[in-house]
Design a protein around this ligand. Structure first.
Ligand code: DLL
Length: 433
């Protein structure tokens, strides 16, 4: 179902004229209210009136995560605190979190975009949504929650954790839509199995999974294990939270970006040069309707490409390819660039291997070495040591063949790798220790 026919299927020309008007208004506002942006504009010799076309966006300097850190906690807010009704923060692996704010209208916009997202992912007002994204400073829980209410669905605000109770709720309340991170979803499936609750007996039709990278192979695995159609949802706190883009369940091929609210660009992360449709690079967003926390050319560090081709679902909104990883998650192992999700794709194709893995990076003799630790099923684990060692070498050689990197593979006992209730920790970098 298309929630907002007017905006989601708008002809390109009409959309671009709305984008330009909203962009100009946003630029005027941030220039007047956020000292950081005024300074950036002045340094670049730009005035709000310099932005006459969408192409002029190109002349505006980028905003980075470091800029947000420098203005911690509220320095980038474009409205006085009395107009802010909600604050969220993204965890950030080091140091202080990134703090974002919303006006009452921002919350309404977010609810609308999440209602659109849930509808694109297969939900309707008739559905019961089991929302296992964490509630709190993380945007996942409340983002989905408001969207589900706006759509008129019934939302179960179960949040992450207390997994056995979640399975009981699934059995008793009969939810039809599951929202969670893909890694927590796998854990839910595993616990359900242990409890003797087959997912095929539950009522789920669609799962709307995101907040972390997950490969196409992982999607297949999840669909098979949970007996539902799995779609990918993307977002980031700095731009809004979940609902920046979403796959439609009809195509499951690329995530429609809500371009009437966010302008996406792809740049070469090294040079900052803007790249054409189809080329892979770093995703950059400009928000054009946000009031409390607008971002101008924000570098997400997420790697993807944009596809303007029409989609079978009828939406005219550009699609971004599934995010393969963040530029800062990319590992460089003896000169070869690898994303954890590429390794995941290979592991998921190997019989007996479970979708639970971790990558360890160490430094030996000034060279980076990668160890892939992956769980195997109990049958495989009970094999002789010789058989396991043979399997480890076989997987390492598959990885070498596909990705050109030399890794050590260690097969781990079932259930030995920590399960996540939110975003999974895939890479453990031991080089700094
Ligand atoms: O993860 C918002 C969200 C919540 C999205 C629930 C989807 C569902 P942050 O905590 O600020 O916000 O983290 C944002 O997570 O820059 C990406 O690197 C990564 N990410 C989010 N969605 C996806 C996805 C939320 N579908 C950061 N695929 C982003 C790959 C994703 N990576």
């Amino acid at each position: 179902m298309i929630y907002n026919m007017d905006f989601e299927t708008m002809p390109r020309e009409a959309l671009e004229s709305i984008q330009l008007r909203r962009l100009q208004t946003t630029i005027e506002r941030v220039y007047a209210t956020v000292p950081f942006y005024r300074k950036k504009f002045d340094e670049a010799g730009l005035k709000p009136s310099s932005i006459k076309s969408l192409e002029d966006l190109n002349r505006i300097p980028f905003t980075t995560k470091q800029d947000l850190r420098d203005n911690y906690p509220f320095g980038m807010f474009a409205v006085p605190m009395r107009n802010v009704v909600r604050i969220h923060a993204s965890s950030g692996t080091t140091g202080k979190p990134t703090v974002v704010g919303y006006t009452a209208r921002d919350i309404q916009t977010w609810a609308e975009l999440m209602a659109r997202s849930l509808a694109a992912g297969g939900a309707t007002g008739e559905d019961i949504i089991h929302n296992a994204y964490g509630y709190g400073l993380f945007t996942g829980g409340l983002g989905v929650h408001y969207g589900a209410e706006k759509l008129g669905a019934s939302v179960i605000p179960v949040s992450g954790g207390n997994t056995k109770r979640q399975i009981m709720i699934m059995e008793d309340f009969g939810p039809t839509i599951l929202t969670a991170t893909p890694s927590y979803t796998l854990h839910l499936a595993e616990v359900a199995k242990e409890m003797g609750v087959p997912f095929e007996n539950l009522k789920f039709k669609y799962g709307i999974f995101g907040a972390e990278p997950w490969s196409e192979k992982m999607r297949q695995q999840i669909q098979d294990m949970l007996h539902l159609v799995a779609v990918d949802i993307y977002g980031l706190s700095e731009v809004m939270g979940p609902g920046v883009s979403i796959e439609c369940h009809e195509a499951q091929k690329g995530l429609h970006v809500f371009e009437d609210h966010f302008i996406p660009e792809i740049i070469n992360p090294q040079t900052g040069e803007k790249l054409p449709y189809g080329q892979v690079g770093e995703l950059v967003f400009t928000s054009i309707t946000k009031e409390a926390f607008p971002v101008i050319r924000y570098r997400t560090r997420d790697i993807t490409s944009l596809n303007p081709e029409p989609c079978i679902c009828g939406r005219t909104l550009v699609r971004m390819q599934k995010v393969t990883g963040r530029s800062d998650d990319m590992l460089i192992i003896r000169g070869v660039n690898v994303f954890p999700s590429q390794i995941e794709s290979i592991l998921m194709q190997i019989e007996g291997v479970e979708p639970h893995y971790q990558l360890f990076v160490d430094r030996e003799d000034n060279l980076d070495v990668l160890t892939v630790m992956v769980e195997v099923n109990p049958t495989m684990f009970s094999d002789e040591v010789k058989v396991l060692q043979h399997q480890e070498r076989k997987i390492a050689s598959e990885i070498k063949d596909y990705l050109g990197v030399t890794v050590t593979v260690k097969l781990a006992e079932p259930k030995s790798i920590a399960r996540s209730e939110g975003k999974a920790v895939r890479v453990i970098d031991r080089r700094k220790i």
